[in-house]
Each structure stands twice: as structure tokens, then as C-alpha cells.
Design a protein around this ligand. Structure first.
Ligand code: ACM
Length: 543
């Protein structure tokens, strides 16, 4: 039997466990107060299915039942899980999300079998020791970026990732839907974005400098109904999906579909196809009225599908060479009195900031949007270290911290030759556990602008779900604890205790069928070289 001392992410306070236990079986009833319907559905569909418990609706005071209720004297997303009250289980949340996070803790208390999809021992009684757990998150933005552009992840895989996020109390999916190598969301008014932009004819194999391609097509996209399903599935798990349409760089797939979006006065953009290699791409959007109108149309459809307050517009890695060479871009800089090409990028992003704000949404972009002046009201994803986040918070802008050297989960987990994904810096489980989201040197008022943290999963080197699992787990468990729990300063964190709790967590991940990286290194089949092949000569970083 599991106690609150084995939960990941670690809760704020655990009282107990005592020797007595609550026993759940096929007579156990469920009583759900208004506002707790999402957790009621989840408990029956997930926990109930795993343990073979029907969890029939029962009276509020059933002695051995499970009670769910919202208590609005408590803070948002917090919960109190009381095992043993009236001999039953009560989850009291500050809001519906708090009740749901409490149910995630209850699942962990029930042991690894609770993480399966069907009962392996039907008819068994499941005991939980009497205890009280009080808990709540440190940050309101506990994110995972999933790059479905570099390698498409079919819808089922995304829904599974949402379940895995929920199990770790993460609540924002940053959905990277467009890039040079693929456009993944159906846009009705611009059908070629997916007809042309969602497929590439081949993919670079081996390191970027290698002469090899895999010579097979890769692609796919989500229909509008797929997106609606993903957003609803996430919402039912108290996860917000923040879509990213990356502009004005990372746009070759869009230009391949609609060549007039590119800098046609610099090159013949009709010759471009969806990009089949990796790196920073020089083919960026032309800063014309036509481009603005085109993307307003894209964002109109995006707003219809995604109710999130924040809409991500990218803004990263936009080389300015084509704008320097383009008479059209130069004329625009002159006409608007802009500070060169950086000013042109700021104008471009600023246009969509005004456009989104007028529609009741907020713009968020990568920290490059700080260059040339940050659009008013915009928030920043700080990826190039801490400097962008620090500058943005000092200027009064909200920030999500996802520094590349700490929480890019595409980076390798070990320096050994067996590591299947050879890119990036070595960032092991302990490195992620010691990640501190709040930059040093901020005043308390400035630090309040740090909404939270995000782990980013860029998929150049991850061509399938097993590869994603390997890179993401177990490090996402460490990340979740950083984002949820109130850990001490990095050097004082008890990594040995985290490793101890991970022993129980590996059993949960096994039951879920997650192909994580085992503590001792990859299993033989996990060593297979991937799209990016084996390490080239020399020490990391390799890219
Ligand atoms: C990024 O990694 N280019 C945001």
C-alpha cells in the first residue's frame, strides 16, 4: 500500500499514514457535488476501469464512499485529500481543477495497478491507509511543449500525452503546430497549408552535415474536428492547449504552399518545398500587407478552435538576410520609420499583439520578441537562458521559463555512446530536478510575473512515440515536481528522496506503458540509432 510519502510531484503536507485503511471494492459508491463532474467522469473511466470498480453514484454520507466537492474558501488548484473521514475518501478542491489534481494523488495511493486500462485482478479490494494530504501548485503554468511539426504525432499519441501530463499535474500543452518541416493544422480558407504543407518528400538522416536522406515521405495533420477533440479532452483534464503558429521565421512549409508569402523579390519562392533538413532556415515570411491578411485569416480560425487566453506566435530564429536584400522590406522599414530589420520584426509581432488583444486574447512569443521593442501586453517564453525572462519580468511582462540548457528534453540524458539521441548538452534526471524557474535577482514584484515553467520537446530526433517517451521520461517527473512542489533552492533539494520515490513511479510508468529511459541506460532496442543517427566525432554539444 502506498502512502503520501511516495507521491510525485511531492505534496505540500502529509499527515499519516495510520495503520487503518479504507477499502475500495465493487460496493464503493461515488458522490460528486456540482462542479466536480470532470473528476467524476475521470474516476469512473480511468481508476474505475483499472481496478474493476463500478463506483456507482451513492448518497453523500455513504460510510465507505468517495466524496468530491469544491470548497471556494480554498485557493485555486489546491486540494485536501482525506482518507479515513467517515471511513471513506473525501477530495475537497479549491476549484474543479483542485479536485481533479486530488484524484491524481488518489490514483498514486492505489498503486501501479491503478495505472492500467483494465483490471488485472477483478474482484480485489484495494486498501489505502488513513492519511490527510494537503496540496497545491507552486506555479499556475506547468507546461509541456510538444513539437508535432518536425515529426507528426498522430492524434492518439497527443491524447496519450495529455493523460501523462494529467498524471503529473501539468496543465498547459504548448502545441507547436507549424514549422519549416510541416504545417499540422487544417485551415479551411487556406487548404494548401495542409494539402502541400503537411507532407515532406524525405527527411535528413544522420547529423545535419551528413549526406543522407531517408527517401520516404513523412507528414500528417489534424483536422478541425481532431483539434476540437484534443482541446476538449485536455479541458476535461484541466489542461489548456496553447497553440503556436510560428511567424515570421520557421515558415517554409507555409511558403511552399503559398509562395507569395515569401520574399519573392529576393528569390523564386515557387521553387521551395517543405523543408527536408534541420537547422535555422533563411526562408522567412515577407513583411507585406498580403502576409498580414493571410495570417489574420489563419489566426481567426485558430481562435475559433482554441479558447486559451494565450496564443503563441513564435517569433524565434528569424534570420534577417532576406529582409536586408528585399526592396519591399526596406521600403516598409523606411515608410514606417522602423529601426532596421529588428524593428520590422517588432512591427510584425506588434501587429498580431494588437490584433489578438482586440479579440480578448494575449500574445505570447519566444524571447526574440524582446528585440526591437516588446509589444505591450505580450508575454515571453524564455528559452535562450534566463536573460530574456529576467528582462521581460523587469519590464512588467509575464514570463514562462523554459531555458534550453535546463529543460529542453530533446537534449541527451547521458554522455555515453549508447544514448540514441546524440544531440545537445547532457542533461540528466538530477539536472532537471535542480532546475530553478525563477531567475535570480528579481524583486518579489518582478518574480510574480514568472507564470511558471515549461519543458520543451523538439522532435527533430524523435520520429515516433517510443522515441518521445524515451526523451521525456523520467525527466518529466522531475520537471513536474519543480513546477508543482515548493522545493527548496536547487542545491538543497533532496534528490536521493526523489530517486527513492521514483522507484514507485517507475512501476506506475511501466503500468502506463511508457518507454522511459531506465536508470541504468537504454534497453537494447532503445539503442537503435534514430533520424539524427549516432554522435559524430568530438564532445557534445553536437548541434
Ligand atoms: C526555440 O528553441 N527555437 C524556441
Amino acid at each position: 500500500m502506498t502512502s503520501g510519502n511516495e507521491i510525485i510531484p511531492a505534496p505540500r503536507a502529509v499527515e499519516g499514514p495510520a495503520r487503518d485503511a479504507v477499502l475500495l471494492d465493487d460496493r464503493t459508491t461515488l458522490w460528486a457535488a456540482p462542479g466536480t463532474e470532470s473528476t467524476e467522469r475521470w474516476l469512473r473511466a480511468t481508476l474505475g476501469a483499472a481496478l474493476g470498480l463500478p463506483l456507482r453514484t451513492g448518497p453523500e454520507q455513504a460510510c465507505d464512499g468517495v466524496r468530491l466537492l469544491v470548497d471556494d474558501t480554498m485557493e485555486p488548484e489546491t486540494y485536501r485529500l482525506d482518507v479515513g473521514v467517515h471511513q471513506g475518501v473525501e477530495i475537497r478542491g479549491g476549484d474543479p481543477a483542485g479536485v481533479f489534481w486530488g484524484a491524481q494523488t488518489l490514483r498514486q495511493l492505489l498503486g501501479p495497478e491503478a495505472f492500467r486500462r483494465a483490471a488485472v485482478r477483478p474482484g480485489t479490494r484495494h486498501g489505502i491507509p488513513h492519511q490527510i494530504i494537503e496540496d497545491g501548485p507552486r506555479f499556475c503554468w506547468r507546461g509541456l511543449l510538444l513539437d508535432v511539426a518536425r515529426h507528426f504525432m498522430p492524434k492518439e499519441g497527443v491524447l496519450r500525452q495529455l493523460d501523462l501530463m494529467a498524471a503529473h499535474k501539468l496543465n498547459v500543452l504548448h502545441f507547436h503546430l507549424t514549422d519549416d518541416q510541416g504545417w499540422r493544422i487544417e485551415i479551411e480558407r487556406h487548404p494548401r497549408l495542409t494539402e502541400v504543407g503537411s507532407w515532406r518528400s524525405r527527411t535528413k538522416f544522420g547529423h545535419r552535415a551528413s549526406p543522407l536522406w531517408d527517401d520516404r515521405p513523412h507528414g500528417g495533420f489534424y483536422t478541425r474536428d481532431d483539434i476540437r477533440e484534443i482541446v476538449a479532452y485536455a479541458a476535461d483534464r484541466h489542461i489548456t492547449v496553447v497553440p503556436e503558429i510560428d511567424v515570421p521565421g520557421h515558415s517554409q512549409a507555409a511558403i511552399a504552399a503559398y509562395p507569395e508569402l515569401g520574399n519573392t523579390d529576393v528569390l523564386d519562392t515557387r521553387a521551395l518545398s517543405v523543408w527536408d533538413t534541420w537547422g535555422i532556415n533563411p526562408n522567412v515570411l515577407a513583411p507585406t500587407d498580403n502576409t498580414l491578411r493571410f495570417y489574420e485569416g489563419v489566426f481567426e480560425e485558430v481562435l475559433e478552435l482554441f479558447p486559451s487566453e494565450f496564443i503563441h506566435v513564435g517569433g524565434d530564429e528569424c534570420p534577417k538576410d532576406q529582409w536586408r536584400a528585399s526592396p519591399t522590406a526596406q521600403a516598409r522599414i523606411k515608410e514606417l520609420g522602423l529601426a532596421g530589420e529588428d524593428g520590422l520584426q517588432a512591427w510584425f509581432i506588434g501587429h498580431f499583439d494588437t490584433w489578438l488583444t482586440a479579440r480578448g486574447r494575449r500574445l505570447i512569443g519566444w524571447d526574440e520578441i524582446l528585440e526591437g521593442g516588446l509589444a505591450e501586453g505580450a508575454a515571453v517564453s524564455s528559452w535562450r537562458g534566463y536573460a530574456g525572462g529576467t528582462a521581460a519580468a523587469r519590464a512588467g511582462h509575464d514570463v514562462v521559463m523554459c531555458p534550453e540548457q535546463q529543460v529542453y528534453l530533446d537534449h541527451r540524458q547521458d554522455g555515453g555512446a549508447d544514448e540514441p539521441v546524440p544531440i545537445g548538452y547532457v542533461r540528466g534526471l538530477e539536472d532537471v530536478y535542480r532546475f530553478e524557474p525563477v531567475p535570480t535577482g528579481l524583486t518579489p514584484d518582478e518574480a510574480r510575473h514568472v507564470l511558471g515553467a515549461q519543458a520543451n520537446v523538439w522532435t527533430e530526433a524523435m520520429e515516433d512515440a517510443a522515441r518521445v517517451d524515451y526523451q521525456v521520461f523520467p525527466r518529466l517527473a522531475a520537471f513536474a515536481e519543480v513546477a508543482w512542489s515548493r522545493l527548496p533552492a536547487p542545491e538543497r533539494r533532496d534528490f536521493a528522496d526523489f530517486e527513492r520515490r521514483m522507484e514507485a513511479h517507475y512501476e506506475r510508468l511501466d503500468a502506463l506503458g511508457v518507454a522511459y529511459r531506465p536508470p541504468g541506460g537504454p534497453k537494447p532496442w532503445q539503442k537503435r540509432p534514430g533520424v539524427l543517427g549516432r554522435p559524430i566525432e568530438g564532445p557534445p554539444p553536437y548541434r
